[in-house]
Design a protein around this ligand. Structure first.
Ligand code: YZS
Length: 260
């Protein structure tokens, strides 16, 4: 089995490179587990900064969740302990700065992954498209909060309702990208920013990141609101449209949604 990711460690700077371009670096459970294992290993070695990137020059940074792994019907497609959600929590809880270096297009759950990183640096080929509505997936509250926090609710709604990509220029103006740099500069720029972080107190950075994460987690929900959200989501992933969305993707055709 080829290495789905490549890892590198130089002093306290780790790099994880997505390495499955044949399947557009889609976030299969095997890929998610490999990234989680790499972060666990870096954490044990007290690595303070991690860069997550794809190979130079790819058109697609990551095509998002592996659609072949979406449950066909009747089960939550994005459960709390699922591979994507576990990976996103691992990134959020990592006791150091995680920088997403983005070249190429980012789709679906991979947007949620990059938005959960601490700093995003992109080049002009970067774009972000949130496509659950194209497949018929109801998404989930913890994911939606990430988009509201970064984009504001109006732009987040437009991103989810249209499924249209947000290009690099707009991503920078919207605050998705911390920096927009030229392709030939992005590696040096990212690594020099990482060096600046490495010069600072890793204990302070860990405590500050933890506080940001707790403060950013959104307002607490009542038990009833939580149950209502689950009922709303179940109606969708139990629907014919959900099954049609997945089937259409697998058959490489446009879905025919019927609203049931
Ligand atoms: O046909 P082969 O075996 O060569 O494989 C093809 C694609 O099936 C595969 N692939 C994927 N496999 C599983 N899951 C995916 N998300 C996925 N995306 C691609 O990779 C091989 C090459 O794909 P092509 O389509 O031929 O490549 P290309 O023409 O370069 O187009 C690249 C894009 C990324 C534009 C295209 O593959 C695409 O639209 N992929 C789906 C992007 C997407 O909608 N991702 C969201 C998946 N859903 C989620 O993340 C969440 C559950 S949600 O829906 O809630 O957001």
């Amino acid at each position: 089995m080829q290495n789905l990711i490549l890892t590198e460690l130089k002093e306290r700077l780790g790099t994880i490179t997505l390495n499955h371009p044949e399947k557009r670096n889609c976030l299969s459970s095997a890929m998610a587990d490999a990234i989680i294992d790499a972060l666990d290993s870096f954490q044990k070695q007290q690595v303070t900064v991690v860069i997550i990137r794809a190979q130079s020059g790819v058109k697609v940074w990551s095509a998002g969740y592996d659609v072949h792994e979406l449950p066909y019907s009747g089960r939550d497609p994005l459960p709390y302990k699922g591979p994507l959600e576990s990976l996103i929590r691992k990134v959020q809880e990592y006791p150091g700065a995680i920088i997403a270096m983005i070249q190429g297009s980012v789709w679906g759950g991979a947007c949620d992954l990059t938005f959960s990183c601490d700093i995003l640096i992109g080049d002009p080929t970067a774009s972000f498209a949130m496509t659950p509505a194209k497949i018929g997936v109801p998404y989930n509250p913890s994911g939606l909060i990430h988009f509201i926090n970064i984009l504001g609710i109006n732009k987040a709604k437009e991103m989810f309702f249209t499924g249209e990509p947000i290009n690099a220029h707009d991503s920078f103006n919207l605050g998705i990208l911390n920096h927009l740099v030229q392709p030939e500069e992005i590696e040096n720029f990212t690594y020099s920013l990482a060096q600046k972080i490495l010069e600072n107190s890793s204990l302070a950075i860990r405590a500050i990141k933890r506080q940001f994460c707790l403060l950013n987690a959104g307002t607490p929900l009542t038990a009833e609101t939580f149950e209502l959200i689950q009922a709303i989501r179940r109606e969708v992933y139990d629907s014919e449209d959900y099954r049609e969305g997945i089937q259409a993707f697998l058959e490489k055709r446009k879905p025919q949604f019927k609203g049931r």
